[in-house]
Design a binder for this molecule. Structure first.
Ligand SMILES: [Zn+2]
Length: 1003
C-alpha cells in the first residue's frame, strides 16, 4: 500500500510540473515624494504577460492604500475586531488613499470599477481580449495620500516613510482563477513574479532603503552620500558616543535627487526613506558560489547601540538560509529600523523593516526571521493569505533552528517585554521553549484553531500561537522523526523546484513524501492543518530481566497516528532515544535490552524528554524505575509566578497579606498548579489566618476540565469550592462556610460573544460556636453572555434559583456600554429585573435589594438560633471588607453590582416579591470621574414605589475600585438614612471593591 501510494503521488507530481504555469508582470514606476503634504505622485507602466491557457478580458488590481480610507474597509473592520480603533474613530489627517487613476492601453482609456465590497480592489476591463501567450502594456498615473504609519504597514510618522503596498498591482491569476484580496493587517500577500524598475525622486538629504539594486546612473553621487554616512556611523559606534540629539528631523534639502532601483524575479517592491538614519554596511560571500551579497542596515541614532551589530545578524542570516535552503540570488540584503510603536518586523524582497525592539538577541531574532522571508515568501511565493503556515510556519521552523544553533542557552528574558521571566533567574525557560509554550497557552485551554485556516480566519492570539509557534514545533517534530538529513534535503529540493514560483501545500507535501518515502497524512491532515493535539502516555513498563526487550505499553490519546519518541534516562541525561511509527490506541513498544545492557542501567523512561513533539499533556509521559509512584514526575514548588516546566509536578505559591473588619490583618498563602498552560486538573488553595479572629479561613478550589471535540462546546469544567471566613456575631465571632460543586459549559470561545452555562449547588452555613447553625441550600442555573469588543461591549446573565427546595427566584441583568470615542469612553446602562416565586412573606433573608451592601449583622435570637435578615450576598460570591458589620464602620459602605445596583441608600426596597432597576453611568472629560444615576421600581404597599439616586463617581480602577458621592436621592432614601441616624454626608458615600471575580481566574 505504501509503495502503491507513492507511485500515485509521483505521477501526480510529474503531471503537476507539466501543467504548471504562472503569469508575469513587469513594472516601471516613476514616483515623487512630497514630504510636506506626505503625498506620492507617480506614473506606472505594467507589462502583463498572459502565460495562462485562458483568454483574459479584465484584470483585478489591488489599490491597497484605499484600505486606509475610512472605517468601512476590510482593514478597518479587522483592526476593530482586534480592539484597534484608529480607522474606526479616525482623524482625517491619519487616513490614506490612492486616486488620480487613469488606466490606459495604447493611449486609450480603460473602463474600471471598484469591487462591490472593497474600495481597495478594482476590476479593469481590457479593450480587447488578452490571448494565451500575449502581453499588454497598461499605464496609469496615481497619487497616494500616506496614512499614519502606526495603523498598519504603509505610511509616515512625520518625515519617516514606509512605502509598502503602495502602487496599483494586478492580483494573482493562477489555475484556481483570480485572487483579489482586500488589504489586511493579519493576512499577508500573494503576487505575480516579474521585474521592477522604480525611479524615486525626493529631497537629496533623504536616505533610501529599497528593494532592488541601484543602477549606475544614480549610483555614484548616492554612493558617496552613503559612504559618508557609513564612516560617520562607524565613528559614533567606535567612540560609544551615541548621538541622541540627531533624532530630530533635519530640514529637507531644496535639491531633489532621483534614485533608480531595478530587480528581477520578485513580486513586490517596498522602499523606506528617512533623513536621520545611521548606516552600517558589510558583505558576505556565499559558500560554493563565491557570490558577494552586500548587507546594509539603516537605523535611528537613538537606537545606535542596539543596532551596532545589525549587519552581523544579516550576514549570519543570509549565510544560514543560503546553506539550509538555497543560495541567496540577489545582490543586497537590508534591514531598516522603523521604530514603530509595535514590535516585530515586516518583510519585503531584499529589504525588511524592524519595529521597536529592546534587546540585542530580540533584534537578531527579528532580523533573521525577516531576512528568512526572502526565501519563504520572497522566492517561494506561496499564497500567504490562504496558507499562512507556508511562509510563517516554515520560516518559524528555521527561526527556531537558528536559535538552537547559535543561541541554545538563551533564556526568555533575552527577548523584550518579559520582566517576569527576568525575575525567575534559574527557573526561566529557554528561548527555544517559547514555541511550545506559545502554542500550549492557547491549545491547553481548547482555544486553538485548525492550522489549515486562512490568515483572516484566525483569532488574533491563534495567528501567532498556531501559524507560527505550532507550525515551527511540528516541522521540527517531522525533521527529528524523518531524520534531519532527509528533511534538510527535502527543503533544498523544494527550494530548487519552486523558487520564483507559487508553490501550493501539496507541492511541499509531495517533495517531503518523495524524499522520505513515507505517507505523511498523519503530519499534514492529522496535525498541521487540524487542531488535533498530540498526547501519548506511558501506561505501564515491563522490564523483566530475562526478556530481550523492555516492553513499554504506550497509549495514544489522540486519533492521529503520530510517531512517538521514547528516551531512556540515566543520571538526568538521555542515553538512548528511540522513534516509533504512529499507531492508534495502545501499543507495546519494544526497547532491545541488548543495547542498554541491563534494565538497571536506566532510571527513567520518558516520552519526548527534550520536547521535540508538541505533546499537550506531559504529565503522563514519565516512568521511573524502583519508586513507589513510578508515573509521578519529580515534585517541585516554586515561589511566586513561574513559567511552567513541562517535566515537573509543580506547585506555585505566593504569600499575601489581606484585611477585613472581622479577621483584621490576615496572613494568607495562594497555591496553584496551573499557569501558562491550563492543566486539566487544577486547584487554587488559599488558606488565611486572621489575627483579629484568631481563625483559619480561606478558599479551596479544584477544577477538572473536559475539552470536547465539537466546535460548539469549548470546555466543560467540573469544580468544587469550599470557602470559610469569620463573621462578626455577638457574644462571640462565628463563621460562614460554603460548599459548592459546579458544572460549567463554555461555548464558542473563538466567537466574539462568549456564552457560558453554569449549574451550581451551594450549601451555606452560618454558625456561632455553642449556638445553633443557620443552613441554606441553593441550586442556581446561570446563562452568561459577554462581548468584550472595543466598541459597544455588553454582558448579561439570566438566572434561576431554587432556595431550600421550596421557593426561588428568577432574575436577569444586562449591561450595555455605548462607546463614544477613540479613548474608549462609554455610557454604561445596566438593567435589572427579578421575581420571586413560592416565597413566604416572613422569609427575610432572601430579598431583592436596591443596594447590594455588605449585609446586616447576624444575631442570636432569644431561643439561641442564629438569625440573619440582611444578607445580600448569601452565596458568599463577593469579597466584602466588612461583611455584616454595622454602618458605623466605613468599610461597611461597600456595595456590589447586584440586584438594584444602587450606588447609595440602605435597606430601602428590600422585598421578596419583585424589583426592577436601571443604572446609568456617563463619562466626564476625565476618565477618573463619571456621573451616575440609578432608578428602581418595587412593590410599595398599595402601589408601585419609585426611587432614584444620582451623583459623581470616582473611578480609581473602573469596574473594580470606584467611590460614589451621592448628590441627590429620593426622599424615601433620605428618611431611611435619618431613621437609622446616619446623617453625616460621609456615611452616605459608597464604594465598589470588586475582586470576588478573581476567585474564578482558573475557570
Ligand atoms: Zn514572518
Amino acid at each position: 500500500m505504501f509503495r502503491n501510494l507513492l507511485l500515485v503521488l509521483t505521477s501526480l507530481s510529474f503531471f503537476s510540473v507539466q501543467a504548471y504555469w504562472q503569469q508575469k508582470v513587469d513594472f516601471k514606476i516613476d514616483v515623487r515624494l512630497d514630504d510636506r503634504a506626505h503625498v506620492l505622485s507617480a506614473n506606472e507602466e505594467i507589462t502583463y504577460i498572459n502565460n495562462s491557457p485562458d483568454t483574459l478580458s479584465s484584470i483585478y488590481f489591488h489599490l491597497w492604500p484605499n484600505a486606509y480610507s475610512g472605517s468601512n474597509t476590510a482593514l478597518a473592520k479587522q483592526l476593530l475586531s482586534q480592539g484597534e480603533t484608529a480607522l474606526h474613530y479616525y482623524y482625517d489627517e491619519d487616513l490614506g488613499k490612492i486616486d488620480s487613476l487613469n488606466f490606459k492601453i495604447d493611449g486609450q482609456v480603460l473602463n474600471w470599477n471598484y469591487h462591490p465590497d472593497h474600495r481597495d480592489i478594482a476590476l479593469v476591463e481590457l479593450r480587447s481580449e488578452l490571448l494565451p501567450g500575449d502581453s499588454i502594456l497598461i499605464s496609469t498615473p496615481f497619487r497616494v495620500n500616506l496614512p499614519q504609519s502606526l495603523i498598519s504597514r504603509l505610511g509616515h510618522d512625520e518625515q519617516a516613510y514606509q512605502i509598502t503596498q503602495w502602487f496599483p498591482k494586478p492580483a494573482v491569476y493562477d489555475e484556481q482563477g483570480w485572487h483579489p484580496y482586500p488589504y489586511l493587517d493579519q493576512g499577508e500577500f500573494y503576487a505575480e513574479f516579474g521585474s521592477f524598475e522604480v525611479n524615486i525622486t525626493l529631497p537629496s538629504n533623504y536616505l533610501v532603503a529599497a528593494t532592488g539594486d541601484m543602477t549606475t546612473s544614480s549610483k555614484n553621487a548616492e554612493h558617496d552620500f552613503l559612504s559618508k554616512k557609513v564612516k560617520k556611523t562607524k565613528l559614533f559606534l567606535d567612540e560609544g558616543d551615541f548621538p541622541i540629539a540627531y533624532s530630530d528631523f533635519p530640514a529637507s534639502s531644496d535639491k531633489l535627487k532621483t534614485l533608480t532601483f531595478k530587480q528581477e524575479n520578485i513580486h513586490d517592491f517596498a522602499w523606506f526613506a528617512d533623513k536621520r538614519w545611521l548606516v552600517n554596511h558589510d558583505y558576505v560571500t556565499l559558500p560554493g558560489s563565491f557570490k558577494r551579497v552586500d548587507t546594509w542596515s539603516f537605523f535611528l541614532p537613538h537606537n545606535a547601540k542596539l543596532w551596532s551589530e545589525s549587519t552581523d545578524y544579516i550576514n549570519k542570516s543570509v549565510l544560514f538560509y543560503s546553506e539550509e535552503v538555497g543560495g541567496y540570488p540577489y545582490q543586497h540584503c537590508t534591514a531598516v529600523d522603523g521604530d514603530l510603536g509595535v514590535g516585530g518586523g515586516m518583510e519585503y524582497p531584499n529589504v525588511t523593516i524592524i519595529g521597536s525592539v529592546e534587546q540585542p538577541l530580540e533584534l537578531e531574532q527579528v532580523i533573521m526571521h525577516e531576512v528568512g522571508h526572502n526565501w519563504f515568501y520572497g522566492m517561494l511565493g506561496s499564497d500567504e493569505r490562504t496558507y499562512p503556515w507556508m511562509d510563517e510556519g516554515v520560516n518559524s521552523y528555521f527561526e527556531r533552528k537558528y536559535i538552537m544553533v547559535f543561541h541554545p542557552e538563551a533564556k526568555f528574558s533575552s527577548i523584550a517585554g518579559l520582566n517576569i521571566a527576568r525575575l525567575l533567574k534559574d527557573n526561566e525557560p529557554l528561548l527555544t521553549q517559547y514555541y511550545w509554550l506559545a502554542y500550549a497557552y492557547e491549545a491547553s485551554r481548547g482555544k486553538d484553531q485548525p492550522g489549515g485556516f486562512s490568515a483572516d480566519q484566525f483569532h488574533e492570539e491563534n495567528y501567532a500561537s498556531v501559524v507560527y509557534a505550532k507550525s515551527a514545533m511540528l516541522f521540527n517534530y517531522l525533521a527529528e522523526y524523518l531524520g534531519v538529513g532527509v528533511f534538510d534535503k527535502a527543503m533544498k529540493t523544494y527550494f530548487k523546484e519552486w523558487k520564483f514560483k507559487h508553490p501550493k501545500p501539496q507541492d511541499l507535501r509531495l517533495i517531503l513524501e518523495k524524499e522520505s518515502g513515507q505517507d505523511l497524512t498523519w503530519f499534514f491532515e492529522g496535525l498541521l492543518l487540524s487542531d488535533t493535539k498530540v498526547d501519548h502516555g506511558i501506561v505501564s513498563v515491563n522490564g523483566k530481566e530475562d526478556s530481550a526487550f523492555v516492553k513499554v505499553l504506550v497509549k495514544n490519546y489522540s486519533e492521529v497516528s503520530a510517531p512517538v519518541k521514547l528516551d531512556l534516562i540515566r543520571n538526568d541525561s538521555v542515553i538512548y532515544s528511540y522513534w516509533f511509527d504512529g499507531f492508534k490506541d495502545k501499543k507495546v513498544l519494544l526497547i532491545p535490552t541488548a543495547e542498554i545492557g541491563h534494565v538497571n542501567n536506566i532510571d527513567v523512561i520518558e516520552i519526548d524528554h527534550n520536547h521535540v513533539t508538541p505533546d499537550m499533556n506531559r504529565e503522563n509521559n514519565y516512568y521511573e524505575f524502583g519508586v513507589l509512584f513510578p508515573k509521578m514526575e519529580p515534585f517541585e514548588s516554586t515561589f511566586l509566578l513561574s513559567i511552567l516546566k513541562q517535566d515537573k509536578t509543580q506547585v506555585f505559591y505566593v504569600p499575601f497579606l489581606a484585611y477585613n473588619a472581622t479577621d483584621k490583618l490576615q496572613l494568607g498563602l495562594v497555591m496553584y498548579n496551573s499557569l501558562l498552560t491550563e492543566k486539566r486538573m487544577r486547584y487554587l488553595i488559599m488558606p488565611t489566618y486572621g489575627y483579629g479572629s484568631s481563625r483559619l479561613g480561606g478558599v479551596y478550589k479544584g477544577i477538572y476540565s473536559f475539552y470536547p471535540k465539537t466546535r460548539k462546546l469549548t470546555k466543560v469544567n467540573l469544580s468544587f469550592e469550599y470557602k470559610r471566613n469569620a463573621l462578626p456575631t455577638s457574644p462571640r465571632n462565628g463563621y460562614f462556610d460554603k460548599l459548592e460543586p459546579k458544572v460549567t459549559f463554555v461555548l464558542n470561545k473563538n466567537k466574539p460573544t462568549k456564552h457560558k452555562f453554569t449549574l451550581r449547588y451551594s450549601a451555606t452555613k452560618m454558625f456561632v460556636p455553642e449556638f445553633s447553625t443557620l443552613k441554606n441550600e441553593y441550586l442556581t442555573a446561570t446563562y452568561n453572555v459577554k462581548n468584550k469588543r472595543v466598541v459597544h461591549p455588553f454582558a448579561g446573565s439570566a438566572n434561576a434559583q431554587v432556595i431550600n427546595g421550596r421557593h426561588g427566584k428568577v432574575w436577569v441583568d444586562f449591561i450595555q456600554k455605548f462607546t463614544l470615542d477613540r479613548e474608549e469612553n462609554t455610557i454604561d446602562v445596566r438593567l435589572f429585573g427579578g421575581v420571586f416565586f413560592g416565597q413566604k412573606a416572613t422569609d427575610l433573608t432572601h430579598r431583592f435589594r436596591l443596594n447590594a451592601g455588605n449585609g446586616a449583622n447576624a444575631v442570636i435570637s432569644s431561643g439561641g438560633d442564629v438569625v440573619n435578615r440582611g444578607m445580600t450576598d448569601y452565596l458568599y460570591d463577593e469579597v466584602y471588607l466588612a461583611r455584616f458589620h454595622s454602618s458605623t464602620n466605613f468599610l461597611s459602605q461597600q456595595v456590589s453590582t447586584k440586584d438594584g445596583g444602587f450606588r447609595t441608600g440602605l435597606f430601602l426596597g428590600a422585598n421578596n416579591s419583585w424589583m426592577t432597576s436601571i443604572n446609568v453611568t456617563v463619562p466626564s472629560p476625565t476618565k477618573y470621574v463619571s456621573v451616575f444615576a440609578d432608578g428602581g421600581l418595587y412593590p410599595g404597599g398599595e402601589k408601585v414605589a419609585f426611587v432614584y439616586a444620582g451623583g459623581i463617581q470616582l473611578n480609581i480602577i473602573k469596574d473594580v475600585l470606584e467611590v460614589y458621592f451621592p448628590f441627590t436621592f429620593s426622599p424615601s432614601i433620605r428618611s431611611n438614612y435619618e431613621a437609622v441616624g446616619l446623617n453625616q454626608y460621609a456615611q452616605k458615600i459608597k464604594f465598589l471593591f470588586n475582586v470576588g471575580q478573581y476567585y474564578n481566574a482558573l475557570d
